[in-house]
Design a protein around this ligand. Structure first.
Ligand code: HEC
Length: 125
């Protein structure tokens, strides 16, 4: 009996968590390349090195040299902070020392664009 009640409570929890999403949130994301880019940033593990906000403070960053730097610091970019330069870095990677920015050739170009737009959203206007 107790187990059933517990299961019912859990089920309710799961269901209400599912309903907790804003209605139409998925659709809003579809029109928002920056929000999509943020998701791709997490899904592809960029955050592990770059940190969730692109500050260069991900958990892997400390073992890299040179470290990934702050995306908000425009003077820190080696290839460049422009949209096309960002896309090229994602596609080809960047290897200037032992610290390697890996290439992501399997990320499709439209997703590279979304990632680049997300990174640009972290840059000063
Ligand atoms: C294994 C750690 C690691 C991962 C994962 C990683 N990066 Fe990097 N990234 C670096 C390092 C290290 C640098 C700096 C390289 C250097 O200075 O030579 C860098 C540099 C960059 C730069 C700056 C390029 C420039 O002009 O200086 C961009 C943009 C970037 N990464 C985007 C991304 C994106 C987007 C992803 C995910 C698709 C990603 N990175 C995943 C380590 C990583």
């Amino acid at each position: 009996m107790r187990l059933i009640r517990l299961t019912a409570a859990l089920l309710l929890l799961v269901l209400s968590a599912g309903c907790g999403k804003e209605p139409g949130q998925g659709e809003a994301d579809q029109d928002d390349p920056v929000a999509q880019g943020r998701k791709l940033f997490m899904a592809n593990g960029c955050n592990l090195c770059h940190g969730p906000e692109g500050r260069g403070d991900g958990p892997v960053a400390r073992s890299l040299s040179p470290k990934p730097r702050d995306f908000a610091d425009l003077s820190a970019y080696k290839r460049g902070p422009g949209l096309e330069q960002l896309e090229e870095t994602i596609q080809k990677g960047l290897h200037t020392g032992q610290g390697i920015m890996p290439a992501f050739p399997n990320i499709p170009s439209e997703d590279r664009r979304r990632l680049a737009l997300f990174i640009q959203s972290l840059q000063p206007k």
